[in-house]
Design a protein around this ligand. Structure first.
Ligand code: SF4
Length: 421
């Protein structure tokens, strides 16, 4: 990516270097934002990289895909009376400089090898960050991944138009330079595999995420033509979309990524149906704006009630209803309530469910680990499970589902293992 250095410098000058660092506090990874921006101001780009890598190896990626306006940039004091500092852009600049100049190649372990072996299962953001943190602290790490390549959601969820996969290849180079063993196409099916890993490794860290689309349990959800957003993005096995009407249900990143991928496949129309208003959409505004420019229709404060099929059980129509938002006692955000008699129907060829993600129940049910009522793995504040040799982090342990939050959980879980004497 070409960066305009004068523009970057100007944007770095705009930072006030606030003492109380609200931007840092709002960054899930705790990146020392004013400190790295100060290094940019002083033309010390490698110094800026060194500040960022204290907390994150994901700069070229987070700079591009993090919802900055909901995290660091959303807390920037410059934003109170005008525009916030372009933190994401500055981070992207440093991340790209690091790749171009080989700064990641210079990263070395900070501790001697301790001969302890750790298995990390799942190479998405949390597994990658955990493997890195353990390796630089002297552990022998094997990173297991079910897919052909590492990256998890970064490679198999976020579409190419939003994130070039070369950045994940760079991460892989960094992990290999730190002598992390990477075993792809590894099949983890439950307790039998966990027992094998426990016999061979000092600790096992589970971080295989929650990549299965949740259902809404409405009538017609099993019809031919109803898809899960996660599965479509992961397998890239798209139906013929030419001249089709497609409804994407949901308002988060998976909904946006799916809708924006489908609009590129020449449909007649892609409509995103979301129960709350635009303001409450978990996806970032710049994503919504990009989607609107691409021709995607947004039906805010609308809810799907039922999916109808033809005699071949193929989707041909949906029933929707309008909603109003009400403040319910004890709820932190407004709740959508269906407005009586506001039902309407839309002709539809496909419906994509992107209302949430869940773990692979077949694996979860075969694990003899304590679970929560949501069927995620129960962990304590150190990410330790009911088995003291097993840790878990990220979505499968009920974590928050952004890249930076997942990475932070991986780091925390790794730190807990490092603390064990
Ligand atoms: Fe700079 Fe904004 Fe952070 Fe203040 S809050 S240090 S202005 S980026």
């Amino acid at each position: 990516m070409n960066h305009d250095i004068n523009d970057i410098k100007e944007k770095s000058e705009y930072c006030l270097n606030c003492n109380h660092k609200p931007c840092k506090n709002a960054c899930p990874l705790g990146n020392d934002i004013p400190r790295f921006i100060e290094r940019i101001r002083n033309n010390d780009y490698e110094g800026a990289f060194k500040v960022l890598i204290e907390t994150s190896i994901f700069s070229p990626i987070c700079g591009r895909v993090c919802p900055h306006t909901k995290q660091c940039q959303g807390s920037c004091v410059r934003g109170i009376k005008g525009e916030s500092v372009s933190i994401g852009e500055l981070e992207t600049f440093i991340g790209d400089m690091a790749i171009e100049n080989g700064w990641y190649d210079k990263v070395k372990p900070i501790k001697e090898n301790n001969n302890k072996k750790i298995a990390v299962v799942g190479a998405g953001p949390s597994g990658i960050m955990a493997a890195y943190t353990l390796a630089i602290n002297g552990f022998n790490v094997t990173l297991f991944e079910k897919q052909e390549k590492i990256g998890g959601i970064l490679r198999y969820g976020i579409p190419e138009f939003r994130l070039d996969k070369k950045y994940i290849d760079e991460l892989e180079k960094l992990l290999l330079n730190l002598n992390i063993k990477i075993e792809c196409k590894y099949s983890f099916n439950g307790q039998a595999e966990l027992d094998c890993l426990k016999a061979e490794y000092d600790f096992v860290l589970l971080s295989f995420g929650a990549n299965y689309s949740s259902k809404m349990n409405i009538e017609g959800e099993d019809l031919d033509g109803v898809y899960g957003g996660n599965e479509l993005l992961e397998n890239k096995d798209f139906p013929d979309c030419k001249d089709k009407n497609i409804a994407v249900i949901g308002g988060g990143n998976v909904a946006m990524d799916t809708a924006r991928t489908l609009i590129r496949l020449s449909p007649r129309k892609v409509s995103v149906i979301y129960r709350r208003s635009r303001k409450e959409m978990p996806a970032e505004n710049k994503e919504i704006e990009a989607a609107e420019k691409e021709g995607i229709e947004f039906l805010f404060q609308n809810n799907i009630l039922k999916i109808f099929g033809n005699e071949e059980n193929k989707v041909n129509k949906i029933e929707c209803i309008k909603t109003e938002l009400v403040q319910k006692e004890g709820d932190t955000r407004l709740s959508p309530v269906n407005i009586e008699n506001s039902n309407y129907y839309m002709d539809m060829d496909y419906v994509v469910m992107a209302v949430g993600s869940k773990t692979d129940e077949r694996i979860m049910n075969k694990l003899n680990l304590e679970k929560t009522k949501w069927n995620s793995i129960k962990v304590d504040e150190n990410h330790q499970t009911s088995d003291e040799k097993v840790f878990a982090c990220g979505d499968l342990a009920g974590g928050k589902s952004t890249v930076a939050w997942a990475a932070q959980e991986g780091k925390e879980a790794a730190d807990s293992i490092i603390q064990i004497k």
